[in-house]
Design a protein around this ligand. Structure first.
Ligand SMILES: O=c1nc2n(C[C@H](O)[C@H](O)[C@H](O)CO)c3cc(O)ccc3cc-2c(=O)[nH]1
Ligand SMILES: C[C@H]1O[C@@H](n2cnc3c(N)ncnc32)[C@H](O)[C@@H]1O
Ligand code: MET
Ligand code: SF4
Length: 323
């Protein structure tokens, strides 16, 4: 059985964020934004990767300090700056995947030109206490972004975060909501089942991480509810029993990097692929993919601007070829 992954470089453009999710250890509202040189240095170091993962705080340009910095650099918004850096990544031979939180239709349209795929975790389809200071985590607002991306035919990554105060039924309901979106728009390439991992200094630092039973239950439910061609992704650095998750139906381990840590879970280093493959008794084989899944490579759901890279990196089936 094949399990896919993407080789990436993680570019955390800003830790400033208009939301305040109680589980998040990534957000630091210092108003800082990575400069173009810093980004270019990361891109240069990522020669073995095919994906430039731009993940950062939502709508940081609601803060004056960020807005002023962007203006000084000649940009009207965080998304305009992101698109500029997406283009730089493409010039360095990398395919961008951006997860910037909620986006408007016009922002999605701009990003589509230079991104192989876009991501936004639904987190949960119900309102939760941990999101009460996070307007961007309102389920309706997230669902709207996911639908707009579907209408624009953007290969999309979404998912749920489990263990953040939801009930088992909430989890099932959230998976059903994603399954409906996948059926109606056909743009969902992967669904991440992410387990909450407590972070020091956050309001949820004393919460327990969800157990493997809850994780497996969610994966099994997702396997049944989602269309067959939607891949279930699990984060290999947060999971204690990867084999059990694969046996339950997960088939992707997301982005792995040789140059950058998982900035969202920096205390959990990337495992070595060789080591984990060994622990799987030969039942599963890892295979590299691009940030746009094979199905969408075959369907041609990508812009002219990045076509040359996809055609350079994808084999006939749409996986990464060794060229
Ligand atoms: O390194 C990480 N990559 C994360 N990724 C990246 C992901 O593993 C890959 O970039 C995608 O599979 C695209 O290839 C996310 C992407 C999303 O769109 C939404 C959530 C995540 C979460 C993480 C994460 O916690 N750590
Ligand atoms: C990029 C994604 O990372 C996830 N995320 C944010 N904080 C945590 C945490 N403490 N543990 C696990 N996942 C987290 C959210 O689901 C977000 O959307
Ligand atoms: C850094 S977290 C991932 C991107 C965005 N801030 C969100 O939570 O949706
Ligand atoms: S998880 Fe994302 S949206 Fe929530 S506070 Fe952290 S950076 Fe902001």
């Amino acid at each position: 059985m094949i399990v896919t992954y993407s080789m990436n470089v993680f570019i955390p453009l800003t830790r400033t964020c208009r939301n305040n999710c109680h589980y998040c250890g990534f957000r630091i509202n210092d108003g800082k934004v990575m400069g173009e040189d810093e980004v270019e240095n990361l891109l240069k170091r990522a020669s073995s990767a095919t994906e430039a993962l731009f993940t950062f705080g939502e709508r940081a340009d609601e803060f004056g300090k960020v807005r002023d910095w962007l203006r000084g650099m000649g940009f009207d918004s965080m998304i305009d700056y992101t698109v500029h850096l997406n283009k730089l990544a493409v010039e360095h031979g990398l395919l961008p995947h951006t997860n910037a939180g909620v986006l408007s239709r016009s922002e999605l349209k701009k990003l589509k030109e230079w991104n192989a795929s876009i991501g936004l975790m639904l987190e949960q389809a119900v309102e939760l206490e941990c999101h009460k200071e996070s307007p961007g985590k309102n389920p309706e607002v997230r669902i709207k972004t996911i639908k707009d991306a579907g209408r624009l035919e953007i290969p999309f990554t979404t998912g749920i975060l489990i263990g953040i105060g939801e009930s088992r039924d909430d989890r099932y309901y959230s998976i059903e909501v994603i399954a409906d979106l996948a059926e109606n728009y056909d743009h969902i390439q992967e669904v991440i089942i992410q387990n909450f991992s407590p972070k020091k200094g956050t309001p949820m630092e004393c919460w327990k991480a969800p157990g493997i039973a809850e994780l497996l239950d969610a994966i099994e439910y997702a396997k049944k509810a989602l269309p067959d061609d939607v891949v279930i992704q699990i984060p290999p650095n947060l999971i204690e029993n990867l084999k059990a998750c694969l046996d339950a139906g997960a088939r992707d381990i997301g982005g792995i990097s040789e140059v950058t840590p998982d900035y969202i879970n920096p205390e959990h280093p990337w495992p070595s692929l060789k080591k984990i493959e060994k622990s799987l008794n030969g039942e599963y084989t890892f295979r590299e993919r691009l940030p746009i899944h094979p199905k969408y490579v075959r369907m041609g759901w990508y812009s002219e601007r990045i076509a040359h890279l996809i055609e350079r990196y994808a084999d006939k089936e749409g996986y990464r070829c060794s060229k």
